[in-house]
Design a protein around this ligand. Structure first.
Ligand code: PBE
Length: 299
């Protein structure tokens, strides 16, 4: 008898303890700041991305981000986390950039950056190895002319996402549908017969699109084009050492500014192939914060 009562009591005590624990958990989540709910963690992208460095600078420069960490993995992993958080109406802060389909797919907002650490507008520039102008003037001329409107780039990236096409396919279609523009890029340039040329490309959608479109255009002119995918640091090194001929991938002046400065003078910059790009930290629009300064330092 005594034993049974004791056991029952145990069950009741156990239940109330878990009820109390559950209650606490809920109250805690309600009273937690949004920064605490995010575990003072920014969902970043690839460790080798230019933006990963810039995000670290932002963490170092904002008092509101003292003690925060950046979690790096890949763009794909970041997008998965972002999608999950939005599905569950949870707070999340991610490394974001435009052009990118994430802004069309979800309702997101960049957090204001009053210190301007991310810089203002970025452009994507075309760089070539020294000597390309003399060795391969035809390729040089075409590369110098290649550029996109922001809206063209955005609709190409969105098309790839929505129709589940890879960027090489979308680039091929774009060239097919924009032969008038392409004719301007190649105007007056005599075709060649299989001259090899190597383009270095970084592994993000904008760059995959631009490099693949350049590849198709150069191939139409008779070049034999190789694309090599590398991290931004290797891209600058490859062009500076002459291992690769050109790249349409550098983001300036902030994202790849440090690499650019390291190799400045060892490559030639042909100017923007796209203007109006941007990088920053973004959150889903349902979050109440608007600025990096609305975050709270980790204790
Ligand atoms: N990004 C997209 C790249 C460049 C293009 C901003 C993620 C980066 O190196 O950070």
């Amino acid at each position: 008898m005594f034993n049974t009562e004791w056991k029952n009591l145990g069950v009741v005590a156990g239940l109330s303890l878990s009820l109390i624990a559950a209650g606490c958990g809920q109250n805690e989540a309600q009273s937690q700041s949004v920064s605490e709910q995010m575990d003072y963690t920014i969902t970043g992208i690839e460790a080798g991305a230019g933006q990963t460095e810039t995000n670290e600078q932002v963490i170092a420069e904002y008092n509101s981000l003292a003690g925060w960490e950046q979690q790096t993995a890949s763009t794909g992993a970041m997008l998965t986390e972002l999608g999950k958080a939005i599905e569950n109406d949870e707070p999340i802060i991610v490394a974001a950039w435009s052009p990118h389909f994430m802004f069309a797919k979800w309702d997101l907002k960049y957090l204001e950056d009053p210190k301007g650490t991310f810089g203002g507008a970025e452009h994507i520039t075309t760089i070539v190895r020294k000597g390309l102008k003399d060795d391969m003037p035809k390729a040089y001329t075409i590369l110098d002319r290649i550029q996109w409107e922001l809206s063209e780039m955005e609709s190409s990236l969105l098309k790839a996402q929505e129709e589940e096409l890879d960027l090489a396919e979308v680039a091929q279609q774009w060239v097919g549908e924009n032969q008038e523009t392409v004719a301007k890029w190649t105007e007056g340039v005599e075709p060649v017969d299989g001259t090899p040329i190597e383009l270095a490309v970084t592994p993000w959608d904008t760059e995959k699109f631009s490099a693949n479109a350049a590849k198709v255009v150069l191939e139409q002119q008779g070049f034999d084009v190789t694309l090599t995918t590398v991290d931004p640091a290797i891209m600058f090194e490859a062009i500076s050492s002459g291992d690769a001929d050109a790249s349409l991938s550098p983001w300036m002046p902030s994202t790849h500014g440090a690499f650019y400065a390291e190799y400045e003078g060892e490559f030639e910059d042909l100017g923007a192939n796209l203007t109006g790009a941007k990088i920053g930290l973004a959150v889903p629009a349902y979050m109440e914060i608007n600025s990096l300064e609305d975050l709270e330092p980790a204790e």
